[in-house]
Design a protein around this ligand. Sequence first.
Ligand code: FAD
Ligand code: NAG
Ligand code: NAG
Ligand code: NAG
Ligand code: NAG
Ligand code: NAG
Length: 596
Amino acid sequence: MAALLPFCLFLGLSLFSFATLYDDVSQLPDTAYDFIVVGGGTAGNVVANRLTENPNFSVLVLEAGPSNIDVLPSIVPFLGSSLPGSPYDWNYSTIAQPALQDRVIRYPRGHILGGSSALNYMVYSRGSKDDWNGYAEMTGDIGWSWDNVQPYFRKNERWSLPTDHRDISGQYNPLVHSLDGINSVTLPGFPQSIDELFIKTTQELCHEFPFNLDINAGTPIGFGWGQSTIDGNGQRSSSATSYLGPQFIDRTNLHVLVHAQVSRLIQSESNPGIFDAVEFIQGDTTDLHVVTARNEIILSAGSIGTPHILLNSGIGDQQALTDIGVSPLVHLPEVGLNLSDQATIAMYWEVNSTDTFDNITRDPALAQEILDEWLSDRQGRFVTSVLGNVLGWFRLPHNNPLLHGREDPSPGPHSPHYEILPLNGLAPLPLPAEGHFMSLVCALLSPLSRGSVKLSSNDPFAAPLIDPGFLSNPLDLAMMREGIKVMKRIVSAPVWDQYLINLHGPAAILADASDAEIEEYVQEWATTIFHPLGTASMSPRGADYGVVDPDLLVKGIPRLRVVDGSVLPRPQSANPQAAVYVVAERGADLIKAAWV
Ligand SMILES: Cc1cc2nc3c(=O)[nH]c(=O)nc-3n(C[C@H](O)[C@H](O)[C@H](O)COP(=O)(O)OP(=O)(O)OC[C@H]3O[C@@H](n4cnc5c(N)ncnc54)[C@H](O)[C@@H]3O)c2cc1C
Ligand SMILES: *[C@@H]1O[C@H](CO)[C@@H](O)[C@H](O)[C@H]1NC(C)=O
Ligand SMILES: *[C@@H]1O[C@H](CO)[C@@H](O)[C@H](O)[C@H]1NC(C)=O
Ligand SMILES: *[C@@H]1O[C@H](CO)[C@@H](O)[C@H](O)[C@H]1NC(C)=O
Ligand SMILES: *[C@@H]1O[C@H](CO)[C@@H](O)[C@H](O)[C@H]1NC(C)=O
Ligand SMILES: *[C@@H]1O[C@H](CO)[C@@H](O)[C@H](O)[C@H]1NC(C)=O
């Protein structure tokens, strides 16, 4: 699918006419702002938008990547899968993962205004009640409970009708959605032939694989119609297109500087307890620039960028900083630790159909035809992502002995252990010249393994060492093995008999494999679903662990907050962008309340 990128990058389309971002530091009108937001990503743009609702607050956003405007693969949903490995990706890699046969895993993160929301697969999932009630319990702040975050889901979500204007009754629950938020969410706007096979599976195997009317109502178990951050016009909705949209970007109290990579925060000379300045490079030079914040600095650089900047600033484990040659200023040992991520494992089948996206992958002329349809009518296959339209969320069955006698790794009984993502074609394996395929990807949602982000050197512009610790906890490997069996049970429904011809490629061995052989397949092929969290975890006020308090202020450092995915102290049993939006909406409210 990466092959789709070149032909569309050269169209030079102008889809948006607003562009009042600064792309040269010399144009920036001020050097002091009330608030400086580091990272114009998913969370950062929400904070910038909400704070500048108050005309008395001036806000500067510093974003390392370029503007999102006219970046076609970030606009056309189907082309999004070509963004990893492009200029809009930080192109990180993990360190060798011992439990994955020492493989190095590519680790994309958005390097563009909008951050990872401008590059992700757009799945919109809010997690379970248990996830949020668990966060409330872990932080001692009832404000993070499922009931109490509902207003923030609503401030974020702008429910839109899908592009094909079909009847969507029975495909979602309107009562749990919001029409007047900012970030668009919709149902699939183009049908795929496999959709009905999954719906039929919910009838044939309704006990283990029930239908769920709306997976975003707090109880996600089942197969349900996927909801995505796509607007009613078949375009990706990122935090940049929504929270920095045309009606907001011209606010005179909001300045956004792109191509601005932050190296570190600087301590105040007059008040060493405070970090009140931000150092960065901008554009093509390595000159260092400094801007100061009168009220607060908000770190929204994401689960990799935020701990990286904190460590570069001397905020972290004192000994580790000294060892790498950074002067330790504040001893906060858990900065960069507690990294959680969700591993995935895929299976592939050759199918008895020609109605898959494999033709599009093979044939640039066909891809161009479908793109033309998108450009002229905002219709056709490209209005949705590469993922299938129906997604599954399942628990390990009660009768499976794996969890007998031990604590459930999931946050509670409403929480799936597995997410099942179908693809109506072959991905990410290379496509053979002939044949049509289906892929199923299983993500382990509540891993026990934890990893870290650490400095590789005292050069603040060197990439950090990223270690998600994939499957380092043996239970995670066993859970992944059982996940393969979940996928096999799904396709054991009679409806698949005439559709699936045979298991394809390396997955062929799974037709008849022992537990040990399945685990070997997992170790050889598992990869990531790109959900790192937890590297600046929330913990209760006064706790001697964690990095931020439940109000997102860094422990022991007034006027410095972290507002992004890194504060979530445990993986969500979901794809986390909706949670990041909630963290940002509530974070912005907490900041406003502190500076009335
Ligand atoms: C390929 C991929 C697919 C995904 N698919 C989904 C999905 O389908 N559904 C879902 O819910 N989630 C998905 N996710 C995860 C989701 O997108 C992220 O969890 C979420 O967007 C993270 O938000 P954030 O604000 O924490 O960080 P980000 O959105 O990554 O924002 C961080 C921002 O800070 C900037 N930055 C970092 N360091 C610096 C620095 N030193 N100086 C200046 N700026 C800096 C970055 O360029 C970026 O813009 C996916 C992620 C990836 C990578
Ligand atoms: C902005 O400041 C003015 C003058 O101090 C004050 O009257 C007004 O209430 C403030 N506005 C907001 C939204 O806080
Ligand atoms: C990521 O890698 C691609 C391909 O090598 C390159 O074009 C791009 O510039 C890189 N991204 C960044 C942010 O350097
Ligand atoms: C895909 O190509 C095959 C021929 O290789 C053709 O029969 C089929 O109709 C095509 N499918 C689509 C969806 O275009
Ligand atoms: C393919 O599907 C058709 C019906 O659509 C069926 O008649 C045929 O037997 C199937 N072939 C295989 C190999 O399952
Ligand atoms: C982070 O991990 C450490 C070690 O595993 C643990 O003691 C600590 O409680 C974790 N912190 C948070 C905030 O979860």
